[in-house]
Design a protein around this ligand. Structure first.
Ligand SMILES: [Zn+2]
Length: 456
């Protein structure tokens, strides 16, 4: 395919020839080859396809057939009750709610859920992804043994157990692949700690069938085998830290060492100040290596930034949460922690490699929302959150254009010989940088294949 008249790194008009999976030629007024399809870019910026460095593909696919139970769709108890009752009125079997947050109706348990849905099993996931709450019909259906979990219906970090109990079905990923393509996303890192050999097989099959056109990096359990698809790479061992039950320090150090023995990095989920410092201390003790990552590092005081820089850790952050959850943070997060929430400039100034991911479905899968939030640093209501951490649009974009295996590394370029993983905007960058919107994405190529085109 020949892309006519695009803007590349501020230079226009340039033609780009895609041949096979790569970029074969770039130049002014390239001669069209016989039968070659042509697309007129009309001066739109041609960017390297975006990489989402942290999301959860299976959960994102499942969310498409779930009931939204939290903001922005649902913000009050009457709205939640109405949404649940409406969903319960049609179909049969399990109801699956997602994105619940206490700002809607306070802490939930089995008895509260029963007041809304009593005659069908219901499971509702907390927005953090760490907690499921189940109603009485659900507790019976799962065969929960008597104990605190059956009593309260609150199941903490129980995804793998739940999947097994519910029959292990994994959702189809085609809709997720198409949705990401519409945002210009050509690569994604699945950061689920529960990724095992079966999950990896399912992801590889989706990539090989074309359902998922993106290239993937898969983090997950220790012992994860080498992927069966050349478009899928195996990444770090992922660990979750959940206060108040921080793991034993020596045990965490041992897990880090054994990940390194597998020639894999170690990625730690840390969202509080204590978790971040605990994770960095363990990485220092075990001997941090290139490829070790802090996921989220949501609260990053100067001592954590210093330690991460000293250890050469990579940080993968979620600027979209500044916009999506900023108003909650301003209410719920301690004042001392607020300046250090989802930092960007502070990490970069310290020389820490910084990449970004959506954490979808726990955040919006649209990376342009994250790019815009990294620039504007404002909550949904417009309140500023860490304005000193704001980045210029070019640096915010670069959080999403590094190689999947090297978030925070040098941004990929649109250049001859590079893979044709591309995102074409419908306007030049000088206009797009003022908007930073996925509405401006006009076409997306993954490995040379046109996987999204607006207006046909
Ligand atoms: Zn995550």
């Amino acid at each position: 395919m020949l892309i006519r008249g695009a803007e590349i790194d501020g230079r226009a008009p340039l033609d780009v020839r895609i041949s096979g999976a790569g970029i074969a030629q770039i130049g002014a007024a390239l001669a069209r080859e016989r039968g070659e399809p042509e697309l007129d870019a009309r001066g739109g910026a041609l960017l390297p396809g975006l990489h989402d460095h942290h999301l959860h593909l299976h959960a994102l696919a499942a969310a498409h057939s779930s009931i939204a139970c939290g903001p922005p769709a649902v913000t009050s108890e009457p709205q939640l009750a109405a949404a649940l009752r409406a969903a319960a009125a049609t179909g049969s079997g399990w109801l699956r709610g997602v994105a619940y947050h206490e700002s809607v109706a306070g802490p939930l348990d089995r008895a509260r859920l029963d007041t809304w849905v009593a005659d069908r099993p219901l499971r509702m996931q907390h927005r953090s992804g760490a907690l499921w709450i189940v109603n009485s019909a659900g507790v019976r259906e799962l065969g929960l043994a008597p104990g605190p979990e059956a009593e309260t219906g609150r199941l903490f970090r129980a995804d793998a157990w739940l999947r097994e109990r519910l029959g292990g079905e994994r959702p189809d990923l085609a809709r997720v692949g198409a949705q990401l393509a519409s945002f210009g996303v050509t690569g994604a890192t699945d950061a689920s700690a529960s990724n095992d050999a079966a999950a990896l097989r399912h992801l590889c099959a989706a990539v090989e069938s074309g359902a998922l056109p993106q290239q993937l990096l898969v983090l997950g359990e220790p012992g994860l085998p080498e992927p069966a698809s050349p478009r899928v790479a195996r990444g770090a061992v992922k660990a979750l830290l959940d206060e108040p039950r921080l793991p034993d320090f020596d045990d965490l150090c041992a897990r880090i060492r054994s990940a390194h023995a597998e020639r894999r990095g170690f990625a730690v989920h840390c969202v509080t100040r204590a978790q971040g410092l605990f994770a960095a201390a363990a990485l220092r003790e075990a001997g941090a290596q290139r490829g070790d990552r802090l996921e989220h590092a949501s609260v990053a005081p100067p001592e954590l930034v210093e330690l991460a820089a000293e250890l050469g850790l990579t940080v993968v952050t979620q600027p979209n949460f500044v916009a999506e959850r900023g108003d909650d943070y301003r209410r719920d997060v301690e004042r001392d922690d607020r300046p250090w929430l989802y930092r960007a400039r502070g990490w970069l100034a310290a020389g820490v490699p910084l990449g970004a991911g959506s954490d979808a479905p726990y955040g919006s899968p649209d990376p342009w929302r994250g790019i815009a939030a990294a620039v504007r640093r404002a909550s949904a209501s417009g309140a500023p959150l860490g304005p000193d951490e704001a980045l210029p649009p070019e640096q915010a974009l670069a959080l999403y254009t590094a190689p999947l295996c090297d978030p925070g590394g040098p941004a990929r370029r649109v250049a001859v010989g590079a893979p044709a993983d591309l995102c074409l905007l419908d306007r030049p960058w000088r206009d797009a940088r003022e908007r930073l919107s996925s509405a401006d994405v006009r076409a997306t190529w993954c490995a040379g294949r046109l996987v999204f085109a607006r207006d046909g």
